[in-house]
Design a protein. Structure first.
Length: 412
């Protein structure tokens, strides 16, 4: 019989790769078109309705690109739409959220020391928060559609800060920052699905019907596209944050996440200004560096440790703790892994447990059963370079124990 935990791991790998590939495609096209738009120039040779043009060179050839703010006189025979990059990124991202944090809620989503939640409650909060994000953001955009866009961005930043704090009050630190990324990514994908694409379809339909398209649709779509451009870098940071305990497992993780959004603004402002040939705002690099130093300083606050046994053992962890061979595995892990995976690691030059994983008590070991099985049982990824000399028999003991519990799942 095939190992279901391994099968789940390969499903997660396939979905994760899909998510990464589609995200690269979406982010790349978004950055390219914003840079193209900012670099457009008016010339005497432009067609009457054209807003600007640009010449580019790439791949041994030259490209001559013209932009129409509303639409050209006639609809071209071939029109390329950029939408599936966004849709596929969100769908694959939500699939990853379900595989890791919904199906593995007791291990990765819920932290009893933060809030006692049932699995269904945690999942409901997660899904409701994503829908809430779009409703609030879209409402703000409609209210401030004709206002100074800086006011809108400040209001949006306030919402993101509030959500950063909220997530850290209900979920584990790892899940909180990941959800903030999903919250923001859902807003970005919602912009494409609910606003940008429908507006473009209206313009195309008007043109085909011989009507003059209303320029407001293009204006609104441009506004949402610009928002996506400034939100992209923070989303990438938050999606990768679960690999770095200094980001997610610190006392001020919600403040760190909030400052990351400001870093995204300063970095994108520099690039956008350069693309628009508006000068070289060196001050943005100074502000970005300062924000990074503040984030690094905040990360040195006392780290949130893994819950104590009485608080940590949920249903899944209890099954692992009572499975045959658990005592032997505890001895193996404490002997081969705990010198690094400790609240205060004994390994020279290591100041925090890798990925925030602490393996000092039986409860902590049961809580991390899935990772121990995949990292030290099925594969030999841990210990790194087998520095603590874990024996083949010890790896087999881990495998037998995990399978005796009769559980599968996805390691995040």
């Amino acid at each position: 019989m095939y190992d279901w935990a391994v099968l789940w791991e390969w499903v997660a790998i396939a979905v994760r790769w899909t998510h990464v590939i589609t995200a690269i495609a979406w982010i790349g096209s978004s950055f390219y078109f914003i840079a193209l738009d900012l670099g457009l120039r008016k010339t005497p040779s432009l067609p009457p309705l054209a807003h600007g043009e640009e010449w580019q060179v790439h791949g041994g050839g030259f490209y001559h690109i013209q932009k129409y703010l509303v639409a050209p006189d006639m609809m071209p025979e071939h029109l390329t739409w950029f939408k599936w990059e966004s849709y596929a990124t969100w769908l694959s991202g939500f699939a990853m959220l379900a595989l890791v944090y919904y199906l593995g809620a007791e291990l990765f989503l819920i932290d009893p020391n933060v809030m006692e939640l049932q699995v269904w409650q945690a999942v409901a909060i997660s899904m409701a928060s994503l829908a809430f994000g779009w409703v609030v953001y879209n409402t703000l955009c409609r209210v401030f559609v004709n206002a100074d866009q800086t006011v809108l961005m400040v209001a949006l930043f306030g919402v993101l800060v509030a959500m950063a704090w909220f997530y850290t009050q209900v979920f584990s630190g790892r899940a909180a920052l990941l959800h903030l990324g999903a919250f923001t990514g859902s807003i970005m994908s919602g912009n494409v699905f609910f606003i940008i694409m429908p507006n473009q379809r209206i313009v195309v339909a008007d043109l085909k019907a011989g009507r003059k398209p209303d320029p407001k649709y293009g204006k609104i779509a441009k506004q949402r596209s610009t928002h996506n451009n400034y939100l992209t870098l923070p989303v990438i940071f938050l999606m990768l944050s679960n690999h770095y305990p200094l980001i997610f497992a610190t006392e001020y993780n919600w403040i760190i996440a909030s400052l990351v959004f400001l870093m995204g603004v300063t970095i994108r402002h520099w690039f956008n200004t350069k693309h628009a040939r508006g000068g070289n705002p060196h001050w943005t690099w100074g502000v970005t560096a300062l924000l990074f130093v503040v984030i690094a300083w905040l990360s040195t606050a006392p780290m949130r440790t893994v819950p104590e046994p009485e608080a940590a053992l949920g249903g899944a962890a209890l099954r692992f703790a009572s499975a045959s061979g658990f005592d032997d595995v505890v001895s193996v892990v404490q002997g081969r892994c705990s010198m690094c995976h400790a609240t205060e690691p004994a390994w020279e030059g290591m100041y925090w447990p890798p990925k925030g994983v602490v393996l000092e008590t039986p409860a902590q070991i049961a809580h991390e059963a899935q990772r121990i099985y995949m990292q030290a049982g099925v594969t030999h990824a841990m210990p790194p370079g087998n520095l603590s000399y874990m024996e083949p028999e010890e790896r087999l003991a881990i495998i037998r124990w995990f399978r005796a519990a009769g559980l599968g799942g996805v390691e995040g």
